[in-house]
Design a protein around this ligand. Structure first.
Ligand code: UD1
Ligand code: MG
Length: 448
């Protein structure tokens, strides 16, 4: 099957029921805006043109979908009217035009592939519609199949007779058209219906009247969940997370309690990675083979190399590069820093804008002081360095290979390799002082 495919995403709906100042299709599912999910399915099909139909004052959506072409539907007169706005953008295009909705993010690539494959059938159907059997078909358009097994019509719920409402096969809204006749068909669609809207679904009746074949293929109902409210957004998130968890398990990761792990749309896990309960992945995380993520970690924009161990209770922020077999322990935050192979930051530390050389050991409570209220500065910690507990490394500063920092130091100047640096006051010890103090306070000794 070789056919050129263009995608038109309908996204002019206001999304009033979201009760939000953000356009509906910019609400995020697993970290990616709804419309981004739709576009990524299109990309997976290898589309050659992408057009997004937006409403007035939706510049943020246009910016999000760039470099896709956006066209503005000034008045929301129905799905056929929305698609008509893509006429200029699709000028001269005679391949398959796939119509998707910006608020329907769960459609899988295999389902779309089945749809466009059917569109490329030898008898060249004018359109193929995706349908599904709904548990509750109320509100959906219904597929009316003719005696020849082809699609005869799609009737919107509100225009349907009781007999038509008894049909369970519903219209998902996703359709693939023959681009050579699409606009001929759209030009003939009127708005003589209950809502006075230009229904894209009327394309079926018109194409049939033109002597062209229309077909339907079927997909799983859960892929067609449209997001109109926060409740539906939460439901879509649940379904999407289940999908991600299943994929992680199938690809060879162990999730000790899958239902407690939350992925980003782009999380990648290698083989034999173990993720303990209650871990959240933000966007841009890649975990290589045999790494372990313990409970209660929050990871975002981080790369974790093979064999590394993270957590429990660690926070990795964007730009954290954790090297092979490195360790990041409890209550450690790492931002825009590289831990080289085998480096350890095991307890209660902040490492930001830093390099921690291979095999270095960063003691409990160490802080890289990377910010002076104006700029961010780098800390460079050499290979095999030992930083004593509760040290403050005031950037910009360099600690040479193999150096040692005494516990409790505040390091403001570079430390050469192999040196010991410490800044604490020297210790004074008064023999018996504590015992004497207690005796005095409890009245057993002489009062002074
Ligand atoms: C549509 C279908 C219906 C199907 C249902 C599935 C039509 C006439 N009906 O109905 O058969 O069962 O989806 O959910 O197509 N949009 C625009 N501009 C408009 C109107 C809509 O961009 O003028 C966009 C919306 O933002 C949305 C999509 O098109 O993403 C569908 O619109 P919606 O109003 O939800 O259509 P339904 O009435 O649900
Ligand atoms: Mg709808």
């Amino acid at each position: 099957m070789s056919q050129e495919i263009a995608v038109v995403v309908l996204a002019a709906g206001e999304g009033t029921r979201m009760r939000s100042s953000l356009p509906k299709v910019l609400h995020r599912l697993a970290g990616l805006p709804l419309v981004g999910h739709v576009l990524s399915s299109g990309r997976a099909l290898g589309v050659s043109r992408t057009v997004v139909v937006i409403g007035p004052a939706m510049d943020e959506v246009a910016a999000e979908v760039a470099p896709a072409t956006t066209v503005v539907q000034k008045e929301r007169l129905g799905t056929a009217h929305a698609l008509l706005q893509a006429r200029k953008a699709l000028e001269g295009f005679t391949g398959t035009v796939l119509v998707l909705y910006g608020d329907t993010p769960l459609i899988s690539v295999p389902t779309l592939e089945a749809l466009v494959r059917e569109r490329a059938a030898p008898d060249n159907p004018a359109l193929v519609a995706l349908g599904f059997d709904a548990d509750d078909p109320t509100g959906y358009g219904r597929h009316v199949v003719g005696d020849n097994g082809c699609l005869a019509d799609i009737i919107e719920h509100r225009d349907a007779t009781p007999a038509q409402r008894a049909i369970r096969r519903c219209n998902s809204g996703v359709m693939a058209f023959d681009g050579a006749v699409l606009f001929d068909i759209l030009d003939r669609i009127g708005n003589d219906n209950v809502r006075g809207e230009y229904y894209l679904t009327d394309a079926v009746r018109i194409a049939n009247a033109m002597g062209r074949i229309c077909r339907a293929v079927e997909g799983p109902e859960e892929e067609f969940l449209g997001v109109n409210s926060r409740v539906e957004l939460a439901r879509a998130e649940t379904l999407f997370q289940d999908r991600m968890r299943r994929k992680a398990l199938e690809d060879g990761a162990t999730l000790v309690a899958p239902e407690t792990v939350f992925f980003s749309w782009d999380t990648c896990l290698g083989r034999d990675v173990t993720v303990h309960p209650f871990v959240t992945f933000g966007p841009g995380v890649c975990v290589e083979d045999n790494a372990t993520i313990r409970s209660f970690c929050h990871l975002e924009g981080a790369r974790i190399a093979a064999g590394a161990e993270i957590g429990p209770y660690a926070r990795l922020r964007p730009g954290a590069e954790i090297g092979p077999n490195a360790r990041v322990g409890n209550f450690v935050e790492i931002k825009k820093s590289t831990l080289e192979e085998g480096a350890k930051v095991n307890h209660l530390s902040y490492i930001g804008d830093a390099r921690v050389g291979a095999g270095a050991n960063i003691g409990a409570g160490t802080i890289t002081c990377n910010y002076d209220g104006f700029g961010k500065y780098h800390t460079d910690i050499g290979r095999g360095t030992f930083v004593g507990s509760n040290s403050a490394l005031v950037a910009p500063v360099r600690i040479g290979d193999g150096a040692m920092i005494g516990a409790g130091s505040t390091i403001t100047r570079d430390v050469p390799g192999g040196a010991l640096a410490l800044t604490r006051a020297s210790q004074e010890t008064l023999d018996g002082w504590a015992t004497g103090f207690r005796e005095r306070r409890s009245g057993n000794g002489p009062r002074r």
